[in-house]
Design a binder for this molecule. Sequence first.
Ligand code: KMH
Ligand code: ZN
Length: 303
Amino acid sequence: MANPVIITCAVTGSVHTPSMSPHLPITPDQIAEQAIEAAEAGAAVLHLHARDPETGQPTADPDMFLRFLPRIKQATDAVVNISTGGGMPMTVEQRMQAADRVAPEMASCNMGTMNFGLFPALARQTDWQHVWEPAFLEASRDFVFKNTFQDIEVLHRALREGHGTRFEYECYDLGHLYTLAHFVDRGIAKPPLFLQFCLGILGGIGADPDNLMTMKRTADKLFGTDYQFSVLGVGRHQSPLATMGAAMGGHVRVGLEDNLFLDKGVLADSNAAQVRRIRQVLEGLGRRVATPDEARALLDLKG
Ligand code: KMH
Ligand code: ZN
């Protein structure tokens, strides 16, 4: 029987700006409320970033995370996943501070240094057309998303070995799967692995079904049965690629971090709206949505 499907909800991220949607949660209260509602709608995992409530800019300040985490933990049983991806232009040391303080069950680990086109630059999505946004293009132009071998190792030493945290391995291209295999070979990354196939970031693999198949085939080759995968397509690719991933036996990620819309031209009025939508699709496919404890069992989380 197929595993239940883990829905991860990435609640706010660090790329979209408050001016793009009035529904993007920014303040600690908004992040807590939307995260709780997403969990109630069926998200077993909450992927969390923090923002400065005054400016809306991403922040790595652990105290800002601590303004919403206790509320989320008190109200839900969802797995808390703290981003170590942070936002531009934080250093890796800054990006991992919050996870190091909180010792979460899960944190993200980005599997390679890359150019990272802030995707709203390509798909601002007001009508799901690709709209070129000069400000975003400019911001992405000379940005390097730094995730060196050393950075990945430092994250494992601090979080995996230090706190028993497991990772959402963010893989934006095929090479990232090979990098992960290298860390498995060295005994630094340990199965069961939770791979997030991230499709559609400029600088990474494009968002199309053939590429998703290739990511999956490559992961099969490298990791055999010792892994679970989830699919994240950015912007308008979110729902179709998540659906395809689930049909292939994978898990799904939705949320306003990756896509602001619910339908063409219609902003999602909350993260929960996207969770409810994908849940409906999954149940229509005959798949059951995983509870947080089922996610913990599948991914061998510390609980
Ligand atoms: N924004 C996503 C495409 C992280 O937070 O570590 C990838 C991400 C990175 O979620
Ligand atoms: Zn993130």
